[in-house]
Design a protein around this ligand. Structure first.
Ligand SMILES: *Cc1c(COP(=O)(O)O)cnc(C)c1O
Length: 323
């Protein structure tokens, strides 16, 4: 099946695999952003997904496709937080042994949330890349399945189910604005949208500091970027120098790249809270930041902005929204 390239039928198969664990989240109009942009803007609320982020889609689809033998041996992964939480939850649901590696950069609230799901948590290394190397080494040594957070065909197909839902709820969609970390989210959604119409414009947004996928696209091949602290912690980490899927999918499917500053991300989080009464984490708010600051000139609506998650430390959140 999916090994060399991910196809639309893989996304449809994923939709069936995830139905019992992931929600079909609402897509709602944003009146303030529509007014600001002069055309309809909708928000895809993955903030209302189970566990507060879309990652449960990919994690469920990956684990559903393990063999019985692989399930017995167990899974291992590395995460900036939300993926680890999703894998821990899904593995627990299917009673599969699970180990989650987190780097020291992962916020405490995300570490605690994963421990509470009954997974074995290992905090290792000063960056996502260091933690990943160690998790991959242990996977080899103990013959566990490494669940890549983004560069995996089943994970990409799982995230792509968001694209199918968008086509149902906003059939006239012309632009999709999507956060980019490792690129699994945007690859899956773009695959589904472009299969429907090549005219749908795909915009990928990352933070200014440490935007590994965007810098790799500019360089023409995967590059290493320094991981620095950012409000968009869930978008941090490299894309892997040996990237197999997301680099080429993003190259082929994404039309425009945008980076936003920390100040712009903070303003977007505050905007969502004060105007729409929503809690969005930094990485989930980068699309709103791009619209709010007029960074997508010639925007053609209807536009959908994916609000990818809400897992933000509440002390940090109150500091941000109170300026
Ligand atoms: C993981 C994550 C992203 C980025 O997804 P990629 O597939 O790594 O590009 C965006 N937002 C949230 C909330 C996430 O957890």
């Amino acid at each position: 099946m999916v090994n060399e390239i991910v196809t639309l039928s893989d996304v449809y198969r994923a939709q069936r695999n995830i139905v019992s664990l992931a929600r079909n989240t609402p897509t709602l109009p944003s009146h303030t952003l529509s007014e600001l942009c002069g055309s309809p803007v909708y928000l895809k609320l993955e903030t209302m997904q189970d566990l507060g982020a879309f990652k449960i889609r990919g994690a469920t689809n990956r684990i559903a496709n393990l063999s019985a033998d692989e399930k017995t041996r167990g899974v291992i992964t590395v995460s900036t937080g939300n993926h680890g939480r999703a894998v821990a939850h899904v593995a627990h649901h299917y009673r599969i042994p699970v180990i989650i590696y987190l780097s020291k950069m992962v916020p405490k609230n995300k570490v605690t949330a994963i421990e509470n799901l009954g997974a074995t948590v290992k905090v290792y290394g000063n960056s996502q890349d260091e933690a990943q190397k160690e998790a991959e080494r242990l996977a080899q040594e103990d013959n566990l399945t490494f669940v890549n957070p983004f560069d995996d065909p089943w994970v990409i197909a799982g995230q792509g189910t968001i694209g199918l839902e968008l086509l149902e709820s906003v059939p006239k969609i012309r632009t999709a604005v999507i956060p980019i970390g490792g690129g699994g989210l945007i690859s899956g959604i773009s695959l589904a949208l472009k299969a429907f119409s090549k005219d749908i414009h795909i915009v990928g947004v990352s933070m200014e500091r440490g935007a590994a996928m965007i810098e790799s696209q500019i360089a023409g091949s995967p590059v290493i970027v320094e991981e620095v602290e950012t409000l968009a912690d869930c978008l941090g980490g490299g894309i892997g120098l040996d990237n197999r899927y997301t680099f080429s999918m993003v190259e082929k499917l994404v039309d425009e790249f945008i980076v936003v500053s920390e100040v712009q991300i903070a303003a977007a989080m505050a905007h969502m809270y004060h105007h729409d009464r929503m809690i969005v984490e930094g990485g989930g708010a980068v699309g709103v930041a791009a619209l709010l600051h007029g960074l997508i000139p010639n925007l053609i609506g209807p536009t959908v902005v994916v609000l990818s998650g809400n897992n933000v430390d509440m002390d940090l959140f109150s500091q941000v929204v109170n300026g």
